[in-house]
Design a binder for this molecule. Structure first.
Ligand code: NOJ
Ligand code: CA
Length: 714
């Protein structure tokens, strides 16, 4: 009897497999996604406006210790459905997000092994997400992925905005090149040293953005990276095909799964208008809804920090001059502090005085806790305890000082990637924060991972980052993790994840500089997964008067202001030191005015690697803000204010590059122009090389009578 049922099931499956390929279209009909079994091999392809974008591409897995899940499949029932909802993010670029897709679920069985693997596809107007699901089943309980074999077969040698694949870091400059040129460029220009873990000259990281000769933009990434390894892509220039390449663990395995299980979504945003890449919410939509019931404690944060002076080498994280002090053996009170410890009471108060005068929410203080004498590059299990301040950092007094001025301190946990140590201390460390009035932590994962041999982007570490965020939610703590895996939209589910670094941030302007095109690529790539703690706002570009620093910031001052609008984040820092802001206090006013909560965003002009112009409306007022940045080329653009509601008068304050500004020769030159505008106004705005502009726009009042109309060529 049992036999009979089994063969009947097989018959049904076979007849379903004989059915034609399954196709779904996007709600607007522009995209179509086709799944088929090609002689038992799961295969898909994607068309946009009637032309192929992804050619037939294979799906499947190499497994360890058992037969692979690559072929021999038959298809069971295909289930099609639709979904349309609008949800409210706790914070974001707008106050409501539409999640509208058509779905296809294909149920596959590998006949010879009787193992089941489903493919779920969600097709949106702006792209698709595809993931593998493994139902609970007798014939597949535990399995080890040797490699995932998801292909993206492309239609041509596209232009790409890419960075090298690496299991441990994303702090690279981007390259712009043809896909076929990537290997030679990586071989010639990307260093392979002890701090990089590259796997091939043809390997790249996601989000990867490409532009075809026909003007189609494609961004490949992943969404909802949970209990799995981070995906890189390996390019084959012969077949024009990317194949997934997962981050291994210490013994070379790629992922460990137990059914029921599912992989992250493999995503592509596809459009012929670059602005739609910026407007896409596909990554967020493919994540689960918010898992935190009471989110009232999660608030966007504008902050300053005892930080840039540490990064630039003006002062130090460490309290004592002596090197190699063992935490367990030392009584810090007996040590003589060296005169460059940044996190001392007097200096911290100086920052609080300044930041509170200008309405900042928080002050980050790094180097407040013991351990910095001997923390870097060692494979130690025990580095920091996260609860013991240095003797010259009077925590209760400083927190009180900040509170009395309407601010609070922001916590810093440098884990030195000693993750085992961090997890052991986590509850105590978070409780310590609660007891001392902190509600946000910047965490960091510098150096090699302990447990040894693990990588920053492997399954074990990805589970750790999420664990730290979930635990933080229990304590009502917001997290901004540096050096963690690049975001994949998990902030929808865990909105207390208010920031990540996971790319090259402003700190590199102090380590030799960053190419100006960087900020014109980030919004199309790294920011697709979630906000970045980029730390903009540097006003003093020549750092060579700081002993030991030979760097210059490769950006104009107006470009720095624009970043508060063009690089969306609910967490924004004014990264420079008070004394540098004092020099240009009129320009600093933009940082004071710009909000961190928005109700609406308009992507006005965009081309990856060239320029980005965005307008956003303040969530708590009728004010609008505009930011524009360019790459290393000077550009003049015509800005229409038609995003403003008709019939209303506004006062615009434009912070523009001075006529002779240039990121290399005259980076701090700017001009500020004020004028009346309305929805019909147009202005010609010149951006210097490495430059940009920022505009704050407020409703006009009778008191503004004397302010003149903004001239087109102001
Ligand atoms: C690297 C981080 O990106 C930086 O912001 C931090 O100051 C240092 N690590 C020290 O934790
Ligand atoms: Ca970093």
């Amino acid at each position: 009897m049992k036999r009979l049922i089994l063969s009947l099931v097989a018959l049904v499956a076979l007849s379903a497999a004989a059915l034609k390929a399954q196709t779904i279209t996007s709600p607007d009909g522009n995209l179509s996604f086709t799944f088929s079994l090609n002689e038992g091999v799961p295969t898909y392809s994607v068309d946009y406006k009637g032309a192929p974008v992804i050619l037939p591409s294979r799906l499947g897995f190499d497994l360890n210790g058992t037969s692979d899940l690559l072929d021999g499949f038959t298809a069971g029932e295909a289930v099609k459905s639709s979904f349309d909802e609008t949800w409210t993010p706790v914070w974001g670029e707008e106050t409501s997000i539409r999640n509208h897709y058509n779905e296809l679920l294909v149920q596959l069985t590998q006949t010879f092994s009787n193992r089941k693997m489903n493919i779920r596809v969600r097709l949106y107007n702006d792209g698709y997400g595809l993931r593998y699901e493994f139902p609970r089943q007798r014939s597949l309980k535990y399995f080890t992925v040797a490699e995932e074999r998801t292909e993206f077969a492309l239609t041509g040698d596209h232009n790409a905005f890419w960075m090298p694949g690496d299991y441990d870091t994303q702090e690279y400059d981007y390259f712009e090149s043809k896909l076929s040129e990537m290997g030679a460029i990586a071989a010639a220009h990307v260093s392979t040293n002890s701090s990089t873990t590259r796997f091939s000259d043809w390997g790249v990281q996601t989000a990867l953005t490409m532009k075809s000769a026909e003007g189609i933009y494609i961004t490949l990434h992943e969404a909802a990276l949970v209990d799995y390894s981070c995906m890189h892509l390996l390019y084959n220039p012969e077949t024009l095909t990317f194949t997934s390449w997962l981050t291994p663990d210490a013994i070379g395995n790629k992922a460990y799964l137990q059914t029921p299980a599912k992989t992250p979504w493999r995503t592509a945003v596809i459009t012929d208008d670059a602005r739609e890449l910026l407007a896409s919410r596909l990554t967020l939509n493919l994540n689960e809804p918010c898992a935190i019931e009471d989110t009232s404690w999660i608030k966007p944060v504008k902050y300053m920090g005892v930080w840039w002076e540490l990064i630039t080498g003006k002062t130090n994280w460490s309290y004592a001059a002596e090197g190699n002090i063992k935490l367990a053996e030392v009584d810090y009170a007996d040590l003589k502090p060296h005169n460059r410890h940044g996190a001392n009471n007097e200096n911290v108060k100086r920052y609080i005085d300044f930041a509170s005068r200008y309405g900042f929410d928080q002050l980050l203080v790094e180097g407040w806790n013991v351990g910095w004498e001997d923390w870097f590059g060692q494979h130690k299990d025990y580095v920091f305890d996260f609860v013991t301040p240095y003797p010259d950092f009077n925590l209760p007094e400083l927190q009180k000082y900040a509170n009395e001025r309407g601010m609070r301190l922001m916590m810093h946990h440098e884990t030195s990637s000693s993750v085992r140590n961090y997890e052991r201390h986590l509850d105590k460390a978070y409780q310590f924060m609660v007891d001392n009035g902190y509600n946000s932590v910047k965490s960091g994962y510098v150096g090699n991972i302990f447990p040894r041999g693990e990588y920053h982007y492997g399954q074990l570490m990805n589970n750790h980052y999420l664990y730290a965020i979930q635990k933080a939610a229990e304590y009502k703590i917001m997290v901004n993790a540096h050096e963690a895996v690049r975001p994949t939209g998990l902030c929808r589910t865990w909105p207390n994840l208010i920031g990540n670094e996971s790319a090259r941030g402003t700190e590199y302007q102090s380590f030799g500089g960053t190419h100006p095109h960087h900020v014109t690529i980030l919004p199309f790539t790294r920011l697709q997964g979630g906000p970045m703690d980029y730390t903009p706002g540097i006003f003093r570009m020549d750092l060579t008067d700081i002993p030991g620093n030979n760097s210059k910031v490769l950006s104009t001052l107006a470009n720095q202001l624009a970043l508060y609008v063009t690089l969306y984040s609910p967490l924004q820092m004014a990264a420079d030191m008070p004394e540098n802001y004092e020099r240009y206090i009129d320009a600093f006013q933009f940082i004071v005015d710009v909000p961190v909560e928005w109700s609406e965003s308009r992507y006005l002009m965009a081309e990856p690697g060239d320029y980005v112009v965005i307008a956003r409306k303040d969530k708590n007022s009728e004010n609008w803000f505009v930011g524009g940045v360019t790459d290393e080329n000077r550009r003049t653009l015509s800005l229409s204010f038609d995003f403003l509601p008709a019939g209303k008068e506004y006062v615009a304050t434009i912070y523009a590059d001075a006529k002779d500004a240039d990121y290399e020769t005259n980076p701090e030159a700017y001009r500020i122009v004020e004028g009346k505008v309305n929805g019909k106004s147009v202005a010609q705005i010149a951006m210097a090389r490495g430059g940009g502009f920022a505009i704050s726009i407020r409703e006009a009042t009778p008191a503004d009578k004397k302010i003149k109309r903004l001239k087109k060529n102001f």
